[in-house]
Ligand binder design. Structure first.
Ligand code: HEC
Length: 146
């Protein structure tokens, strides 16, 4: 009786695990985007003149963008088009090369900013371009907010 129950339980585990796998990848990419947005937050306030220029915060955003962008391209496997309230658009899988290239470009822009941004003036001149990589991709590949 106990044995039968165990077998039944183990059979149930299989589909649940398969589902969880795709959920995990969606959660992981969302968490990486969230980390990028959190790192970008103080820089947004600086651009708006709501906070003083802080080079350390810019450097941190640059570091997080590079680290997370390097991971994101691989976190959009074919079985992750749906689930977990994903905002990923089907266009991603129709233009995979362009999509992945945008993460490479974001990382490259962040890397370039590492040396080009040294003070408030260079920050104001260069940072919007780095951040433009986020919005440019969202426009094409992320569901618009209602
Ligand atoms: C190459 C394309 C691309 C780039 C570059 C990109 N994003 Fe995204 N972003 C997406 C997609 C696609 C989603 C939707 C992911 C999902 O819901 O599965 C997303 C979702 C998000 C989310 C929502 C995460 C959540 O919890 O649902 C935030 C916040 C975000 N991005 C911030 C950023 C920031 C900040 C940058 C730039 C530093 C950036 N993204 C760069 C494509 C991109």
């Amino acid at each position: 009786m106990l044995r039968a129950a165990l077998v039944a339980a183990s059979l149930l585990v299989i589909p649940a695990a398969a589902l969880a796998q795709n959920a995990e990848v969606i959660k992981e990419r969302k968490a990486n985007f969230k980390a990028m947005a959190d790192a970008a937050k103080p820089t947004g306030a600086m651009l708006k003149g709501e906070a003083d220029f802080d080079l350390a915060a810019v450097k941190n955003a640059i570091k997080v963008f590079q680290e997370k962008a390097a991971l994101q391209g691989k976190l959009f496997p074919d079985d992750s088009k749906e689930g977990e309230k994903t905002e990923a658009l089907p266009a991603i899988w129709e233009n995979k090369a362009d999509f992945e290239d945008r993460f490479v470009k974001l990382a490259a822009a962040a890397k370039a900013a590492e040396t080009s941004i040294t003070d408030a003036d260079t920050f104001e001149a260069e940072w919007p371009e780095v951040m433009g990589n986020c919005g440019g991709c969202h426009k094409k590949y992320r569901k618009p907010k209602d």
